[in-house]
Design a protein around this ligand. Structure first.
Ligand code: ADP
Ligand code: MG
Length: 394
C-alpha cells in the first residue's frame, strides 16, 4: 500500500468516513551548503520523492484530533486551547512528542495568520509517510509541511509558501524544541521536480535551479549509513558556538560576511580550531555559489568536484564526518561516482553520490562491499528523485 493510500485508510478507520482532502509534503536532502544556514549563508537543498501525506476531514464539534500510522493513539485538543498550546516550554509535556509537530504547526499557523479559533472548525488529520525517519532526510519537515498546507487550505488562512515554511520552523523550534534553521521547511514546501532550491538564509530569498540529472544520464544516490546521529546535539551546539566565536573574532555579525579573501587574516587572528571551523563555512558558502553557477552554465556533470571538496572540508576542517560517511564517499567515488559528500548535520546519517545512471548498480554494490569489509552495518542505498514540494493531492 502506498503512503497516500495508508493515510486515507487510517483516516477512514479512525472516523468511519472518507477524508475531505489529502495534502502531502516531501522530505529533503541537501545537495550542498552544510552548517551554512545558521551563519546567514547559502544552501541548495532538494525535495525528495518520499512524502508525508495528511488526510483531513472537518468535524462538527470544536476538537482538533491528529493521528499517525507511526503512533498508537490519536491525540485531541480543544480548538480554543490551540492558541496557547506551546506558549511555554513546560506546556510541551502535555502533548506526546510526535503530535508536537502537527499541533505545533496548528499553534504557529493561528499566530502567524492572526486567526481567531472561534471562527474555525474542528478537524481530524491523519498522517502516513514513506520518508525514512531519523535518516537526515527531514521527516520532521515533511510532517510539518503536510500539516501546514492542509491547515492553510482547510481553515482558509491565506498563508504564503514562505509563511508555511516559517510556521514549520516555529513548530520545530518552539513546540518540539529542536533548534534548527529554515532550510528543511523551505525545501519541503517550495521544492520543484528536477530542481534544487537556492536559499539565502539571511534574506530568505529563494530561486529554483534546474538540475537536469536524468537528461545528463546521471542519478543521485542516497547512501543511508544507518548510523544514528547520537552525538549530533552536542556536536551541533559546539559547532554553532565555534562559528559565533569566529564571527566575533573577525569582527563580523555572521560568517556570511566573510569571503575567501578574508581567510589569510583569519589565519592570523583565530586559534587553529576556530580557524578551521570558519574556513569550512566560508569556503562552503563559495561552493554553493559555484554549484549554482555550474548547474546553470555548464550542467550537472560540472558539480562533481564541488561535492568532493565539500566533503573534504566537512571531514578535515569542520570535523563532522564519521568513518561510515567517509567510507560511503570514498567507495562511491572509487566505483565511478562523479561526486559524493555527506549530507545533513553530520555525525551519522546519509551521504549522497552523483553517478552515471549506468554505474548506479556498480556503485551501490561497491558501497555495500566497503561497509562489509569494515564491519559496518549494511547501508541503505536508493535513488533520490528531486520532486515537487507541498501540494494538495485530492
Ligand atoms: P528527521 O527529520 O531527520 O527524520 P527528526 O528527529 O527531526 O528526524 O524528526 C523525526 C520525528 O518526527 C519522529 O520521531 C516523529 O516524532 C516525527 N514524525 C515524522 N514523521 C512522522 C509521521 N509520519 N507521523 C508521526 N510523527 C512523525
Ligand atoms: Mg528533522
Amino acid at each position: 500500500m502506498t503512503a497516500r493510500d495508508a493515510a486515507v485508510a487510517a483516516f477512514t478507520h479512525l472516523t468511519d468516513d472518507a477524508p475531505g482532502g489529502v495534502w502531502s509534503a516531501p522530505g529533503r536532502a541537501n545537495l550542498i551548503g552544510e552548517h551554512t544556514d545558521y551563519n546567514d549563508g547559502f544552501v541548495l537543498p532538494v525535495a525528495i520523492g518520499q512524502r508525508t501525506y495528511a488526510a483531513l476531514g472537518r468535524r462538527t464539534d470544536r476538537i482538533v484530533r491528529v493521528a499517525s500510522t507511526f503512533a498508537d493513539d490519536a491525540v485531541d485538543v480543544r480548538l480554543d486551547e490551540v492558541p496557547a498550546l506551546f506558549d511555554s516550554p513546560a506546556d510541551r509535556q502535555r502533548v506526546p512528542e510526535w503530535a508536537r509537530y502537527p499541533l505545533g504547526v496548528a499553534w504557529a499557523a493561528l499566530r502567524v495568520a492572526g486567526a481567531d479559533p472561534r471562527e474555525l472548525c474542528g478537524l481530524d488529520i491523519v498522517f502516513a509517510s514513506d520518508v525514512p525517519v531519523g535518516a537526515g532526510l527531514s521527516s520532521s519537515a515533511a510532517i510539518e509541511g503536510a500539516a501546514a498546507s492542509a491547515l492553510n487550505d482547510a481553515w482558509g488562512l491565506g498563508l504564503s509558501p514562505l509563511d508555511l515554511a516559517r510556521i514549520g520552523r516555529a513548530a520545530e523550534n518552539e513546540a518540539v524544541g529542536a533548534p534548527t534553521g529554515i532550510m528543511d521547511q523551505v525545501a519541503s514546501i517550495m521544492g520543484r521536480a528536477d530542481a534544487a532550491i537556492f536559499l539565502d538564509c539571511r534574506t530568505l530569498e529563494t530561486a529554483s535551479v534546474d538540475l537536469g540529472f536524468a537528461a545528463a544520464g546521471l542519478e543521485l544516490l542516497v547512501i543511508d549509513t544507518r548510523v544514528q546521529h547520537s552525538h549530533a546535539n552536542g556536536g551541533y551546539r559546539e559547532r554553532r558556538a565555534s562559528c559565533e566565536a569566529g564571527a566575533a573574532g573577525m569582527g563580523v555579525g555572521a560568517l556570511r560576511d566573510l569571503s575567501v579573501d578574508d581567510l589569510p587574516r583569519a589565519e592570523r587572528v583565530l586559534d587553529d580550531v576556530t580557524l578551521r571551523r570558519v574556513r569550512h563555512i566560508v569556503t562552503e558558502n563559495q561552493r554553493v555559489l559555484d554549484t549554482v553557477r555550474a548547474l546553470r552554465e555548464r550542467g550537472p556533470r560540472a558539480i562533481g568536484e564541488l561535492l568532493v571538496a565539500s566533503h573534504a572540508s566537512m571531514r578535515d576542517d569542520f570535523e563532522i564526518s564519521v568513518p561510515e560517511l567517509d567510507a560511503a564517499v570514498e567507495s562511491a567515488l572509487a566505483a565511478g561516482a562523479i561526486g559524493a559528500r555527506m549530507t545533513g548535520g553530520g555525525f551519522g546519517g546519509a551521504a549522497i553520490a552523483l553517478v552515471p545512471a549506468d554505474l548506479a548498480r556498480q556503485v551501490t554494490d561497491a558501497v555495500g562491499l566497503a561497509f562489509e569489509d569494515r564491519g559496518f552495518i549494511a547501508p541503505l542505498v536508493f535513488p533520490l528523485v528531486p520532486s515537487a514540494g507541498a501540494r494538495r493531492e485530492a
